[in-house]
Every structure is written in structure tokens, then in C-alpha cells.
Design a binder for this molecule. Sequence first.
Ligand code: F6R
Length: 360
Amino acid sequence: EKGGYKHFMIKEIYEEPEAIESALVGRIKLEGPFLKEIEEFNLETINKIKVVACGTSYHAALVFKYFLEKHINIDVEVDVASEFRYRNVYIDDNTAVIAISQSGETADTLESVRVVKRKGAKVIAITNVVGSTITRESDATIYMNAGPEIGVAATKTYINQLVVLYLLGMSILKKRNVWSENLEKDLNFLKNSPDIFRKMFETIDLKELISYYKNFNHFMYIGRGINYPTALEGALKLKEISYINATAYPAGELKHGPIALLDPTFPVFAIAPKDSLYEKMKSNIEESKARKARIIAITTEGNKEISSIADDVIFVPESPEDMYPLVIAPIIQIFAYFVADMKGYDPDKPRNLAKSVTVE
Ligand code: F6R
């Protein structure tokens, strides 16, 4: 059932190209992105979106916030469900709520949906599991169509959350006549991403790098802008299956405290694609290097200068700026997987964790 793979987790990572294809079926028309599920929502007029989720799904929500806010003046507020449900969240007629849950059964996310529904909000659910509780409690459901995910760590479902959220964001932008050449490029990139992933999987080989880094007890993930959530997700993946103390910060926050941790025993994993914040990331990498931390940098193919500041470099294909979280995600997943596997842990069944968290 693992199709020749050692674990479900790595099988599910390699299934990402097909998972994306399933998420895109029927959702890109000649005129652009189209999600029939949201046709009845007044997404033309809202000016606030609240997104609620936990764990990896929360990281996907953060990417959505950076993406949408870049292109339109809509406030997108993102919160973890276990906080959101106990806050006094203000809902008015101009607010839409999106709840993201791969399993559709996460207790805190479900309770958040109930809380906002009592306040009169309309809720769009994004889930992978057909008929799950969240689909019954929400006003509309957008399915991720990733196929069953058995490994406890979310992998292909994170990818499909991103795909569906990009499509949702683009649909909102299209409906509001906010469209641009850049968005057209983003959409094209989405369409081509299954092949881009396939090519990446054929060439990527991190084994040597990982056999070295698996011996460290700490990791600092840093990123900026739309790739700050990528850093959070990288650290979460690593800690949950390899039990390494991985922490993530927006790169600009390093100097406000966390940089005190850095030394040769504390490597920095920098998410540094060639985007508009690259120069800022570079400074943060240099600051980390000055503390003698080892640096692994993920950057864009063709970026030659980075090897003079980073100890190890992983390249991803050049992509539209908005889309880097999508192409980088498999890399941080593969990294975490092989670290766990080489340390002798079973990444499919990490200690203390369950696939769906139905208790608070
Ligand atoms: C991490 C992971 C968890 C889930 C979280 C939310 O790999 O799988 O952090 O993302 O428990 O689960 P869902 O999306 O089912 O609500």
C-alpha cells in the first residue's frame, strides 16, 4: 500500500504533482480562476476576511494573507483556532470567515466555526475529507482533493491548501476586477506547477546534506514576507517528526532576541528566494554567519553569490514571487523526512501526535 516507498510520508510528498492536478480540475477556465463553491458569497463587497486554522493549516492561511493583501485592500486576519474561539471576534456584514482543516475534524477549528456562525458570519471551509464535520457546519466547502493522506505530518495536503487558497484569492481578485500581468503569471505557474514539481523531484538530492545536518540539536528557520510562513512550516515539520528543537522567526526579528542563540551548534535554515525582500534576507544571513552559525539557504536557481555567505545552498526553479511558498514547501518536507528517517524515527507515526486532533 506504500507503493514501494518506505513510508507514507515520502510517498505522499512524491504524490504532490498529481495532488495539485486534482485540485486544479475544473477550476481554471478560459476567463481565469473559477470556484463554483463561492459563487453565492458576496466576495465582491467584503472588506475583511478572518481565517482560522491550526498547525500546518494555519501556515497555509498566513500565505493566503500575504498573497491577497499584496494585491487588494482587504484586511485578512489569521489566527490559530485555539485562540480565535476564545477571543471576542468582531463580525459584520462585510466580513467573511474561512476555516481550514485538512481532516475537517479539528476540535478548536470546528468550535471557531460555531462561534462565528452564532455571530451571523458566513463560513467557507477548506478541507480534504469529504463529508467531514466541518463541511456540515460551514456554508460552503472547497475540497482540496489531495487524496487520502495517511502520514501524520501534513505534506501533500499543505501543498493543496496553498493551491486552493491561491485559487480562492485569485477568484476574489478577478471578481473585483483586480487583475494584472503578475496575477496572470501566477495562474500560469499554478497550471504548470505539477510538471515543475516533477522536474524538481527528479533532480533534488539532499541526502548528503541531510546526513550532515541530522546531527544538530537545534535549527533556526528564518524567512520574510510570504516566505515567513514557509519558515514556520519548515520548523514545524522538522520538530514534529525528528524531535529536533527547530524554531522559526521572521528574519527581521532575529536581532530582537533570537540571534543570541546562534553559534556553531545552531544552524540557520534561510528561506531566501530571489524576490523583492532578498537583499534584506541576505543581510540577516550575514548577521547569522557573523555569529558562526552554519547556514543552509534555499534560493533561486542561478543565484551564484549566495554560496559565498551560505555553507550549503538548495536551489528551486525561478518562480513568480507569490509562488515561492509552493515550490519551496516540498524541499522543507523532504528535508524533515530524511532527517527523521536517518535518525531512525518513523515519520509516519511521530510520538505524541495524532492525525486528527478531535480533543481540545
Ligand atoms: C502538522 C500537522 C498538524 C495539523 C493540525 C491541523 O504536520 O499535520 O499541525 O496541520 O493538527 O489539522 P487539520 O488541518 O486537520 O485541522
